[in-house]
Design a protein around this ligand. Structure first.
Ligand code: SF4
Ligand code: SF4
Length: 376
C-alpha cells in the first residue's frame, strides 16, 4: 500500500525520535461496518413490524389477517436461548419452543470465540445505538468523557454481577428436568409476546430507566454496554479465548496516541503490545486511525499472521449466516407452537408472571389448562 516516494515522510504529531515512518494507506473499514450495522438494524425493524402484525392477529382473536410470527424475534430472548443451549448440552435435544433464539445465541458465542466481541460492534443494534449516542455526546461536549478509574472499575463489574446471577440461576440451580419445565412453561412460550407488551405498554418506571440509559449513553460512550449488559459480559469472557488480538509494533509506533483516543472502549492501545481486554469489540477503529503502516493490526497470536480488517466483519457475518442458515435448512428454525395454541395463550398472556429468582424458576409449573407439546 505504500510506495518508495511515500517513505521517509516526516511524522506529524509525534514529537519523538521516530521522525520518519511509512504512512498507512490501507482503506478504512468503518463505512463497511456502518453498512453492516444498518443492515442488521433494518432486519430488526422488519422483524419488529412482522411481530407487531402477528400480535395484532392474536389480539383480534384470529379475525385479522394471519401474519406468521418471525422466529428472529427470539434473538431478543437471550436468557431463554442460553437455557436452550444448556438443555441441548445436557440432553442432546433442540428444545422446540424458541429454537431460533438458541441458534442466534450459538452464532454469537462462536463469533466471540473467533473475533472477540465483534457482535457488539458489527451486528448488535443496541451497540449501534450506543455508538452513535456516544458520538452525539462527543460532539456536544467536544471531548470523550470518561469516569475516573475508581468509579469505572466497580461500575464495569455490575454487568458481571448480573451475568453471575443468571449463570448461577441456570447452571447451578437448574438440572435437565427443571430446564425442560421452564422451557415448556407458558411463561417461556409467550416470553416474546410479553416483551412486545413491555415496550408497547411501557410503564412510567421503564420509560424513566430507558431515558436514563439514553442520557447516560450520550454522556458516557457505551454506557449500557460497558456497565450493564450481561450479554456483553458473557461475550467479553469468551473473547479471552479468541486467538485474534489487536497488536502494536512498538518498533514503528510513533506514540501519537490516536489509537487510544479513538477507541470506543477506552483501551490504552498505545500503551500495550497486545490488546487483551474484555471490552475490545474488534471494531478496527484503532487500526484504521493508526498513521503508520504495519504498526497496529489484528493478528493471530498463534501464527502471528495479520488478519485483514475486512475479514473480521465478513467472518462475523458469515458465522451468523451459516449457523442460522443451517438451522433453517435443517428445519429447526421455526418453533412448533401452532397459531391455535398462541390464540389460546393470548387470552391469559398478561397473567403469566416473570420468574424473579432461582426459587421461582424451580417452582414454575406448567399450565394444565392449555395444551402444550406434553399435555396435548
Ligand atoms: S482496541 Fe481497537 S478494535 Fe478494540 S475496541 Fe478499541 S478501537 Fe476497537
Ligand atoms: S499504534 Fe497507536 S500510538 Fe502507535 S502510531 Fe499507531 S495510532 Fe499512534
Amino acid at each position: 500500500m505504500t510506495n518508495q516516494s511515500d517513505q521517509n515522510l516526516t511524522a506529524e504529531n509525534s514529537g519523538n525520535v521516530k521522525s520518519r515512518y511509512l504512512p498507512n494507506y490501507e482503506k478504512s473499514v468503518q463505512t463497511f461496518r456502518l453498512v453492516v450495522q444498518i443492515a442488521f438494524v433494518l432486519l430488526c425493524i422488519w422483524i419488529g413490524i412482522e411481530f407487531y402484525y402477528f400480535v395484532k392477529f392474536l389480539e383480534s382473536g384470529g379475525a385479522a389477517a394471519f401474519v406468521e410470527r418471525p422466529p428472529g424475534v427470539e434473538g431478543f430472548l437471550p436468557i431463554s436461548s442460553l437455557m436452550s443451549i444448556y438443555y441441548f448440552v445436557l440432553s442432546g435435544e433442540i428444545h422446540t419452543v424458541h429454537p431460533a433464539g438458541m441458534f442466534i445465541l450459538l452464532a454469537i458465542l462462536i463469533m466471540s470465540v473467533v473475533f472477540g466481541k465483534s457482535f457488539c460492534s458489527w451486528i448488535c443494534p443496541v451497540g449501534f445505538m450506543s455508538e452513535y449516542l456516544g458520538e452525539f455526546g462527543r460532539k456536544i461536549f467536544r471531548r470523550k468523557l470518561k469516569l475516573p478509574r475508581f468509579l469505572d472499575y466497580p461500575m464495569r463489574s455490575m454487568k458481571y454481577i448480573l451475568l453471575g446471577f443468571f449463570a448461577y440461576s441456570i447452571f447451578f440451580v437448574m438440572d435437565k428436568a427443571s430446564l425442560k419445565q421452564f422451557l415448556d412453561s407458558p411463561y417461556n412460550i409467550v416470553a416474546d409476546i410479553k416483551m412486545y407488551y413491555f415496550f408497547a405498554d411501557i410503564s412510567r418506571f421503564a420509560l424513566i430507566v430507558l431515558s436514563v440509559l439514553v442520557v447516560g449513553s450520550i454522556i458516557l460512550r457505551n454506557f449500557w454496554c460497558r456497565y450493564l449488559c450481561p450479554y456483553g459480559a458473557l461475550l467479553g469472557i469468551l473473547s479471552f479465548l479468541s486467538p485474534h488480538k489487536i497488536r502494536r509494533n512498538a518498533e514503528t509506533c510513533i506514540d501519537c496516541g490516536k489509537c487510544a483516543d479513538v477507541c470506543p472502549s477506552n483501551i490504552k492501545v498505545d500503551k500495550v503490545l497486545t490488546v487483551i481486554s474484555d471490552e475490545c469489540t474488534s471494531c478496527q477503529n484503532c487500526v484504521d486511525v493508526c498513521p503508520v503502516a504495519d504498526t497496529l493490526e489484528m493478528k493471530s497470536i498463534v501464527t502471528n499472521r495479520k488478519i485483514p480488517k475486512m475479514a473480521v466483519g465478513i467472518t462475523t457475518i458469515a458465522i451468523f449466516l451459516v449457523v442460522t442458515g443451517a438451522a433453517m435448512l435443517a428445519g429447526k428454525w421455526q418453533n412448533n407452537i401452532t397459531p391455535e395454541e398462541y390464540l389460546k395463550r393470548q387470552e391469559s398472556v398478561r397473567a403469566y408472571g416473570h420468574p424473579t429468582g432461582p426459587a421461582e424458576i424451580r417452582e414454575l409449573k406448567k399450565d394444565k389448562n392449555v395444551p402444550t407439546q406434553e399435555n396435548q
